[in-house]
Design a protein around this ligand. Sequence first.
Ligand code: MRU
Length: 378
Amino acid sequence: MVLEAIRYEQGSLQILNQLLLPHQTEYEQIKGSEDGWHAIKAMRTRGAPAIAIVAALSLAVELQDAKLSENAEEVSAFIVEKLNYLVTSRPTAVNLADAARKLKRVVEGASKASSSDGPSVVKAYCDAAAQMLISDVSDNEAIGKYGAEWIEKVAPGKEVSVLTHCNTGSLATAGYGTALGVIRSLHANESLKRAFCTETRPYNQGSRLTAFELVHDKIPATLITDSMASALLQLKGSSERITAIVVGADRVAANGDTANKIGTYQLAITAKYHGVKFLVAAPRTTIDLETKSGADITIEERPGHEMTVMKGPWFEAGRVDLDHVETVSIAAEGIDVWNPAFDVTPAELIDGIITELGVVEKGQNGKFDLTFAMEAHN
Ligand code: MRU
Protein backbone atom coordinates (compact mmCIF):
# COMPACT_ATOMS: atom_id res chain seq x y z
CA MET A 1 0.00 0.00 0.00
CA VAL A 2 1.24 3.49 -0.88
CA LEU A 3 0.84 5.91 2.02
CA GLU A 4 -1.29 8.63 0.49
CA ALA A 5 -3.27 11.05 2.62
CA ILE A 6 -4.66 12.88 -0.42
CA ARG A 7 -5.83 11.35 -3.72
CA TYR A 8 -6.66 13.88 -6.36
CA GLU A 9 -7.43 13.93 -10.04
CA GLN A 10 -9.38 16.59 -11.86
CA GLY A 11 -12.91 16.63 -10.41
CA SER A 12 -12.23 14.04 -7.68
CA LEU A 13 -10.69 14.39 -4.22
CA GLN A 14 -10.37 11.65 -1.62
CA ILE A 15 -8.75 11.85 1.80
CA LEU A 16 -7.59 9.03 4.01
CA ASN A 17 -9.70 9.29 7.18
CA GLN A 18 -6.96 9.65 9.80
CA LEU A 19 -9.34 9.23 12.72
CA LEU A 20 -9.72 5.56 11.75
CA LEU A 21 -6.01 4.78 11.46
CA PRO A 22 -4.24 2.53 12.29
CA HIS A 23 -7.15 0.10 12.58
CA GLN A 24 -9.01 0.94 9.39
CA THR A 25 -7.83 2.37 6.07
CA GLU A 26 -10.76 4.19 4.57
CA TYR A 27 -10.81 6.91 1.93
CA GLU A 28 -13.54 9.53 2.01
CA GLN A 29 -14.80 11.52 -0.97
CA ILE A 30 -14.60 15.30 -0.55
CA LYS A 31 -17.18 16.91 -2.82
CA GLY A 32 -16.60 20.57 -2.08
CA SER A 33 -15.40 23.27 0.30
CA GLU A 34 -17.97 22.42 2.97
CA ASP A 35 -16.79 18.78 3.09
CA GLY A 36 -13.20 20.06 3.13
CA TRP A 37 -13.91 22.45 6.01
CA HIS A 38 -15.53 19.70 8.12
CA ALA A 39 -12.80 17.13 7.36
CA ILE A 40 -10.14 19.62 8.49
CA LYS A 41 -12.05 20.79 11.58
CA ALA A 42 -12.72 17.20 12.72
CA MET A 43 -9.09 16.24 11.95
CA ARG A 44 -10.01 13.48 9.51
CA THR A 45 -7.21 15.14 7.57
CA ARG A 46 -4.51 16.99 9.51
CA GLY A 47 -0.94 18.27 9.47
CA ALA A 48 -0.13 21.81 8.33
CA PRO A 49 0.71 21.15 4.64
CA ALA A 50 -2.07 18.56 4.17
CA ILE A 51 -4.69 20.91 5.61
CA ALA A 52 -3.73 23.63 3.13
CA ILE A 53 -3.75 21.27 0.14
CA VAL A 54 -7.05 19.58 1.04
CA ALA A 55 -8.70 22.98 1.52
CA ALA A 56 -7.44 24.21 -1.87
CA LEU A 57 -8.44 21.01 -3.70
CA SER A 58 -11.84 20.75 -2.02
CA LEU A 59 -12.75 24.04 -3.65
CA ALA A 60 -11.23 22.89 -6.96
CA VAL A 61 -13.60 19.89 -7.13
CA GLU A 62 -16.56 22.08 -6.18
CA LEU A 63 -15.72 24.52 -8.99
CA GLN A 64 -15.62 21.72 -11.59
CA ASP A 65 -19.31 20.96 -11.04
CA ALA A 66 -20.64 24.36 -10.07
CA LYS A 67 -22.87 26.35 -12.42
CA LEU A 68 -20.99 29.63 -12.29
CA SER A 69 -21.32 32.97 -13.98
CA GLU A 70 -19.52 33.64 -17.27
CA ASN A 71 -18.27 36.84 -15.69
CA ALA A 72 -14.64 36.56 -14.54
CA GLU A 73 -14.90 39.04 -11.66
CA GLU A 74 -18.02 37.39 -10.24
CA VAL A 75 -16.32 33.99 -10.29
CA SER A 76 -13.20 35.46 -8.68
CA ALA A 77 -15.32 37.01 -5.89
CA PHE A 78 -17.10 33.65 -5.36
CA ILE A 79 -13.75 31.84 -5.00
CA VAL A 80 -12.36 34.47 -2.60
CA GLU A 81 -15.41 34.10 -0.37
CA LYS A 82 -15.02 30.30 -0.29
CA LEU A 83 -11.31 30.61 0.54
CA ASN A 84 -12.11 32.98 3.42
CA TYR A 85 -14.50 30.34 4.73
CA LEU A 86 -11.95 27.49 4.43
CA VAL A 87 -9.35 29.48 6.39
CA THR A 88 -11.69 29.50 9.43
CA SER A 89 -11.45 25.72 9.84
CA ARG A 90 -8.23 25.67 11.94
CA PRO A 91 -6.30 28.77 13.07
CA THR A 92 -2.72 27.83 14.01
CA ALA A 93 -1.10 26.33 10.89
CA VAL A 94 -0.13 29.21 8.62
CA ASN A 95 0.06 27.02 5.48
CA LEU A 96 -3.71 27.20 5.05
CA ALA A 97 -3.88 31.01 5.20
CA ASP A 98 -0.80 31.24 2.99
CA ALA A 99 -2.30 28.91 0.34
CA ALA A 100 -5.55 30.90 0.40
CA ARG A 101 -3.68 34.19 -0.03
CA LYS A 102 -1.76 32.82 -3.03
CA LEU A 103 -4.88 31.36 -4.64
CA LYS A 104 -6.73 34.66 -4.20
CA ARG A 105 -3.89 36.39 -6.01
CA VAL A 106 -4.11 33.79 -8.82
CA VAL A 107 -7.84 34.29 -9.39
CA GLU A 108 -7.73 38.06 -9.02
CA GLY A 109 -4.89 38.15 -11.58
CA ALA A 110 -6.74 35.76 -13.94
CA SER A 111 -9.95 37.77 -13.72
CA LYS A 112 -8.12 40.91 -14.89
CA ALA A 113 -6.55 39.26 -17.98
CA SER A 114 -7.94 40.77 -21.20
CA SER A 115 -9.62 37.58 -22.54
CA SER A 116 -10.78 36.30 -19.15
CA ASP A 117 -14.17 34.78 -18.41
CA GLY A 118 -15.62 32.61 -15.62
CA PRO A 119 -14.24 29.27 -16.93
CA SER A 120 -10.73 30.71 -17.43
CA VAL A 121 -10.67 31.90 -13.78
CA VAL A 122 -11.79 28.44 -12.63
CA LYS A 123 -9.05 26.83 -14.74
CA ALA A 124 -6.39 29.16 -13.30
CA TYR A 125 -7.56 28.29 -9.77
CA CYS A 126 -7.64 24.51 -10.35
CA ASP A 127 -4.21 24.48 -12.00
CA ALA A 128 -2.66 26.45 -9.12
CA ALA A 129 -4.33 24.22 -6.47
CA ALA A 130 -3.16 21.03 -8.23
CA GLN A 131 0.37 22.44 -8.44
CA MET A 132 0.43 22.79 -4.61
CA LEU A 133 0.06 19.02 -4.29
CA ILE A 134 2.98 18.43 -6.65
CA SER A 135 5.37 21.03 -5.17
CA ASP A 136 4.86 19.81 -1.61
CA VAL A 137 6.41 16.39 -2.34
CA SER A 138 9.56 17.82 -3.93
CA ASP A 139 9.93 20.36 -1.09
CA ASN A 140 9.70 17.55 1.46
CA GLU A 141 12.30 15.45 -0.32
CA ALA A 142 14.69 18.42 -0.23
CA ILE A 143 13.95 18.99 3.48
CA GLY A 144 14.68 15.31 4.12
CA LYS A 145 17.98 15.48 2.29
CA TYR A 146 19.25 18.68 3.97
CA GLY A 147 18.11 17.58 7.42
CA ALA A 148 19.78 14.17 7.11
CA GLU A 149 23.06 15.73 5.92
CA TRP A 150 23.05 18.18 8.86
CA ILE A 151 22.47 15.42 11.42
CA GLU A 152 25.09 13.17 9.79
CA LYS A 153 27.64 15.96 10.29
CA VAL A 154 26.85 16.10 14.03
CA ALA A 155 27.91 12.45 14.41
CA PRO A 156 30.26 11.80 11.47
CA GLY A 157 30.66 8.18 10.42
CA LYS A 158 28.15 6.95 13.00
CA GLU A 159 24.62 5.65 12.79
CA VAL A 160 22.32 8.03 14.66
CA SER A 161 19.10 7.67 16.61
CA VAL A 162 16.57 10.47 16.47
CA LEU A 163 13.36 11.29 18.31
CA THR A 164 10.31 12.85 16.66
CA HIS A 165 6.94 14.09 17.86
CA CYS A 166 3.43 14.09 16.38
CA ASN A 167 3.02 13.05 12.73
CA THR A 168 4.84 14.94 10.03
CA GLY A 169 5.03 12.22 7.38
CA SER A 170 3.19 11.22 4.23
CA LEU A 171 -0.06 11.46 6.17
CA ALA A 172 0.52 15.11 7.17
CA THR A 173 1.69 16.28 3.74
CA ALA A 174 1.30 15.46 0.07
CA GLY A 175 3.96 12.77 0.57
CA TYR A 176 7.33 11.87 2.16
CA GLY A 177 6.96 14.33 5.03
CA THR A 178 9.03 17.00 6.76
CA ALA A 179 10.56 15.79 10.07
CA LEU A 180 9.59 12.24 9.14
CA GLY A 181 11.10 12.96 5.71
CA VAL A 182 14.42 13.62 7.49
CA ILE A 183 14.10 10.22 9.20
CA ARG A 184 13.22 8.57 5.86
CA SER A 185 16.27 10.19 4.30
CA LEU A 186 18.60 9.09 7.15
CA HIS A 187 17.25 5.56 6.74
CA ALA A 188 17.75 5.64 2.96
CA ASN A 189 21.37 6.81 3.56
CA GLU A 190 21.83 3.85 5.95
CA SER A 191 22.82 6.27 8.70
CA LEU A 192 19.77 5.77 10.93
CA LYS A 193 20.18 3.40 13.83
CA ARG A 194 16.69 3.90 15.26
CA ALA A 195 13.82 6.37 15.20
CA PHE A 196 11.91 7.01 18.40
CA CYS A 197 8.44 8.50 18.22
CA THR A 198 6.32 9.90 21.00
CA GLU A 199 2.76 8.76 21.44
CA THR A 200 1.72 12.46 21.18
CA ARG A 201 -1.12 12.84 23.63
CA PRO A 202 -3.90 13.69 23.61
CA TYR A 203 -4.74 12.70 20.04
CA ASN A 204 -2.00 10.11 19.58
CA GLN A 205 -0.77 11.20 16.15
CA GLY A 206 2.56 9.56 17.10
CA SER A 207 1.31 6.12 18.09
CA ARG A 208 -1.50 5.96 15.53
CA LEU A 209 0.08 7.67 12.50
CA THR A 210 3.87 8.05 12.82
CA ALA A 211 4.26 4.52 14.19
CA PHE A 212 2.06 3.30 11.30
CA GLU A 213 4.32 5.03 8.74
CA LEU A 214 7.53 3.76 10.38
CA VAL A 215 6.25 0.17 10.46
CA HIS A 216 5.00 0.53 6.89
CA ASP A 217 8.45 1.67 5.70
CA LYS A 218 10.24 -0.97 7.83
CA ILE A 219 12.28 1.70 9.59
CA PRO A 220 13.68 0.48 12.93
CA ALA A 221 11.56 2.40 15.40
CA THR A 222 10.42 2.49 19.03
CA LEU A 223 7.34 4.13 20.48
CA ILE A 224 7.52 6.00 23.80
CA THR A 225 4.94 7.94 25.77
CA ASP A 226 5.47 11.72 25.87
CA SER A 227 6.50 11.50 29.52
CA MET A 228 9.42 9.14 28.72
CA ALA A 229 11.35 11.63 26.55
CA SER A 230 13.70 12.97 29.26
CA ALA A 231 14.43 9.46 30.52
CA LEU A 232 15.27 8.44 26.94
CA LEU A 233 17.64 11.39 26.54
CA GLN A 234 19.48 10.32 29.70
CA LEU A 235 20.35 6.92 28.20
CA LYS A 236 23.87 6.62 26.87
CA GLY A 237 23.72 3.12 25.34
CA SER A 238 24.76 3.06 21.70
CA SER A 239 21.33 2.46 20.16
CA GLU A 240 19.34 4.70 22.49
CA ARG A 241 21.72 7.70 22.50
CA ILE A 242 19.69 10.40 20.78
CA THR A 243 21.64 12.69 18.45
CA ALA A 244 18.76 14.97 17.54
CA ILE A 245 15.09 15.65 18.08
CA VAL A 246 13.39 16.61 14.80
CA VAL A 247 9.88 18.03 14.76
CA GLY A 248 7.60 19.73 12.24
CA ALA A 249 5.93 23.12 12.54
CA ASP A 250 2.54 24.73 12.11
CA ARG A 251 3.87 28.28 12.12
CA VAL A 252 7.38 29.66 12.48
CA ALA A 253 7.34 33.34 13.50
CA ALA A 254 9.80 35.84 12.00
CA ASN A 255 12.13 35.44 15.01
CA GLY A 256 12.11 31.61 14.78
CA ASP A 257 9.66 30.94 17.64
CA THR A 258 7.80 27.83 16.48
CA ALA A 259 4.26 26.65 17.06
CA ASN A 260 3.94 22.89 16.78
CA LYS A 261 1.99 20.05 18.38
CA ILE A 262 1.52 20.37 22.13
CA GLY A 263 4.49 18.75 23.88
CA THR A 264 7.09 20.13 21.47
CA TYR A 265 8.19 22.86 23.90
CA GLN A 266 8.98 20.41 26.69
CA LEU A 267 11.01 18.30 24.22
CA ALA A 268 13.08 21.38 23.30
CA ILE A 269 13.75 22.11 26.98
CA THR A 270 14.86 18.57 27.69
CA ALA A 271 17.02 18.58 24.53
CA LYS A 272 18.84 21.71 25.73
CA TYR A 273 19.38 20.21 29.21
CA HIS A 274 20.81 16.99 27.74
CA GLY A 275 22.91 18.63 25.01
CA VAL A 276 20.84 17.06 22.21
CA LYS A 277 20.29 19.00 18.97
CA PHE A 278 16.77 20.30 18.44
CA LEU A 279 15.65 20.84 14.83
CA VAL A 280 12.46 22.13 13.23
CA ALA A 281 11.70 20.83 9.71
CA ALA A 282 9.26 22.86 7.62
CA PRO A 283 8.81 24.28 4.14
CA ARG A 284 9.38 28.02 3.75
CA THR A 285 5.62 28.49 3.46
CA THR A 286 5.38 27.64 7.19
CA ILE A 287 7.61 30.63 8.02
CA ASP A 288 5.29 33.54 8.71
CA LEU A 289 7.26 36.78 8.48
CA GLU A 290 4.16 38.79 9.36
CA THR A 291 4.02 37.18 12.79
CA LYS A 292 6.84 38.76 14.79
CA SER A 293 7.13 36.25 17.63
CA GLY A 294 5.43 33.26 19.20
CA ALA A 295 3.39 35.56 21.44
CA ASP A 296 1.42 36.62 18.35
CA ILE A 297 0.43 33.06 17.33
CA THR A 298 -3.16 31.96 17.95
CA ILE A 299 -3.18 28.57 19.64
CA GLU A 300 -6.19 26.42 18.79
CA GLU A 301 -8.02 24.84 21.70
CA ARG A 302 -9.71 21.53 20.94
CA PRO A 303 -12.71 19.89 22.63
CA GLY A 304 -12.12 18.13 25.96
CA HIS A 305 -13.42 14.76 24.75
CA GLU A 306 -10.26 14.38 22.62
CA MET A 307 -8.45 13.95 25.95
CA THR A 308 -11.01 12.09 27.99
CA VAL A 309 -12.18 9.54 25.42
CA MET A 310 -10.11 7.09 23.40
CA LYS A 311 -10.80 4.78 20.52
CA GLY A 312 -9.15 1.40 20.22
CA PRO A 313 -9.68 -2.29 19.45
CA TRP A 314 -11.53 -4.46 21.91
CA PHE A 315 -9.08 -6.18 24.27
CA GLU A 316 -9.59 -8.93 26.82
CA ALA A 317 -7.37 -11.52 28.44
CA GLY A 318 -4.41 -10.70 26.17
CA ARG A 319 -6.54 -10.98 23.02
CA VAL A 320 -6.92 -7.99 20.70
CA ASP A 321 -9.82 -7.97 18.25
CA LEU A 322 -8.91 -5.45 15.55
CA ASP A 323 -12.32 -5.76 13.87
CA HIS A 324 -14.05 -4.51 16.99
CA VAL A 325 -13.08 -0.86 17.61
CA GLU A 326 -14.63 0.77 20.66
CA THR A 327 -14.66 4.22 22.24
CA VAL A 328 -13.87 4.25 25.97
CA SER A 329 -13.72 6.98 28.58
CA ILE A 330 -10.30 7.27 30.26
CA ALA A 331 -10.95 10.14 32.69
CA ALA A 332 -13.19 10.78 35.67
CA GLU A 333 -16.49 12.15 34.48
CA GLY A 334 -17.00 15.83 35.33
CA ILE A 335 -13.30 16.84 35.36
CA ASP A 336 -12.47 20.17 33.68
CA VAL A 337 -10.15 19.84 30.68
CA TRP A 338 -7.63 22.21 29.07
CA ASN A 339 -6.73 21.00 25.59
CA PRO A 340 -4.47 23.35 23.60
CA ALA A 341 -3.53 21.65 20.31
CA PHE A 342 -0.15 23.39 20.00
CA ASP A 343 2.55 25.12 22.01
CA VAL A 344 5.29 27.57 21.12
CA THR A 345 8.98 26.68 21.36
CA PRO A 346 11.15 29.78 21.78
CA ALA A 347 13.77 30.28 19.06
CA GLU A 348 16.57 30.17 21.66
CA LEU A 349 15.91 26.43 22.13
CA ILE A 350 16.08 25.65 18.39
CA ASP A 351 19.43 24.73 16.78
CA GLY A 352 18.31 24.79 13.17
CA ILE A 353 15.32 25.21 10.88
CA ILE A 354 15.40 22.77 7.98
CA THR A 355 13.74 24.11 4.82
CA GLU A 356 13.70 22.97 1.21
CA LEU A 357 16.59 25.39 0.57
CA GLY A 358 18.83 24.15 3.38
CA VAL A 359 19.27 24.35 7.15
CA VAL A 360 19.17 27.82 8.72
CA GLU A 361 21.18 28.31 11.88
CA LYS A 362 21.38 31.37 14.13
CA GLY A 363 23.80 34.12 13.21
CA GLN A 364 26.52 35.55 15.45
CA ASN A 365 23.88 37.72 17.13
CA GLY A 366 22.19 34.51 18.32
CA LYS A 367 19.13 35.19 16.15
CA PHE A 368 17.61 33.51 13.08
CA ASP A 369 17.40 35.55 9.89
CA LEU A 370 14.40 34.05 8.08
CA THR A 371 13.81 36.84 5.57
CA PHE A 372 14.88 34.45 2.76
CA ALA A 373 11.43 32.85 3.14
CA MET A 374 9.78 35.99 1.74
CA GLU A 375 9.82 34.86 -1.89
CA ALA A 376 8.01 31.60 -1.03
CA HIS A 377 4.94 33.68 -0.17
CA ASN A 378 4.78 35.52 -3.50
O1 MRU B 1 -3.21 18.86 15.10
P1 MRU B 1 -2.40 18.30 13.96
O2 MRU B 1 -2.35 16.83 13.94
O3 MRU B 1 -2.82 18.90 12.63
O4 MRU B 1 -0.92 18.83 14.26
C1 MRU B 1 0.11 18.50 13.38
C2 MRU B 1 1.43 19.02 13.79
O5 MRU B 1 1.58 19.70 14.79
C3 MRU B 1 2.58 18.77 12.86
O6 MRU B 1 3.77 18.62 13.57
C4 MRU B 1 2.71 19.96 11.90
O7 MRU B 1 1.48 20.27 11.33
C5 MRU B 1 3.69 19.69 10.82
S1 MRU B 1 3.12 18.47 9.65
C6 MRU B 1 4.31 18.37 8.45
